[in-house]
Design a protein around this ligand. Structure first.
Ligand SMILES: [Zn+2]
Length: 270
């Protein structure tokens, strides 16, 4: 599942392939923008903002895309066979003389004036991997509503942008916090912020997502994806539960935790 580090790396690769080069193909396969044609213009830059990707094109135009759960961009040489999935899942094709970027299963595709990007990403909190990362502001936003569960707050992109379910679960394990701890009872919020930053930053430049430091199969995570298996620290069985804002089932997400290493209020979902 793409998190901030995945989008950051994808944006960097897109930037390296597209920035400064004139578009020879611009093909958006969604009804709203099916006739848009920006060939002949250079891409100026590709940047990540949280989990959003912004492809800026000369003339003050931005292409906004989001991976959600399963989107991806594949970079290849022009004319090579597309390999990222069936053709009907292709939502965008951007090419220049050297590279072709094929976007599969992309969501929230929008063309808009670059000056209006904030209408799509202005609500985001401090971007963990952004140039303007502000840990003090992130900590302030985390504690703004002291009754919210820390596991919910870390996923709220308005609080801090870029953390998804994997880094949430691993951050809470490494800081010894039950996902249901109210943020007002978290003793060291800056440590939570610093841990999330450290994990995302450590994985920013490569596609593997390891929070343990190991890239060996089955050793990359502390708790995420390990329900029923022994905690690497204490041997207790890792628990799996659903968590989300009360009464908002559509936002429920599974979470993983070790009840012994992450005690607290409440230690089980209620
Ligand atoms: Zn444990």
């Amino acid at each position: 599942m793409p998190e901030g580090d995945t989008v950051w790396l994808a944006s960097k690769r897109m930037h390296d392939a597209l920035a400064g080069r004139v578009l020879t193909r611009f093909d958006l396969r969604i009804p709203r923008h099916a006739t848009a044609d920006l060939t002949g213009r250079p891409v100026t830059e590709v940047v990540a903002r949280g989990k959003h990707m912004l492809t800026r094109i000369r003339g003050g135009i931005t292409l906004h895309t989001h991976f959600r759960l399963d989107g991806s961009w594949h970079l290849q040489r022009p004319g090579a066979r597309w390999r990222g999935g069936p053709a009907h899942q292709v939502r965008a094709v951007l090419a220049n003389a050297e590279w072709e970027a094929v976007g599969y299963r992309l969501h929230d595709i929008r063309l808009l004036p670059t000056a209006e990007e904030d209408t799509l990403v202005g609500h985001l909190g401090p971007d963990v991997l952004g140039p303007d990362w502000d840990p003090a502001e992130a900590a302030r936003r985390i504690t703004a509503d002291p009754d919210r569960a820390v596991g919910d707050v870390l996923l709220d992109q308005r609080v801090l942008a870029g953390v998804g379910n994997l880094y949430k679960a691993e951050t809470l394990f490494l800081t010894g916090l039950s996902p249901w701890t109210p943020v007002g009872e978290v003793p060291d919020v800056p440590k939570v912020v610093a841990t999330a930053y450290r994990l995302l930053r450590a994985n920013r430049d490569h596609p593997e997502q390891s929070t343990t430091g190991s890239l060996r199969r089955d050793e990359t995570h502390w708790v995420y994806g390990r329900a029923g298996r022994p905690c690497r620290r204490c041997g207790t069985r890792i628990q799996l539960g659903e968590q989300g804002p009360p009464g908002r089932a559509e936002y429920a997400r599974v979470t993983y935790w070790c009840p012994r290493c992450q005690p607290g209020w409440p230690s089980r979902p209620g």
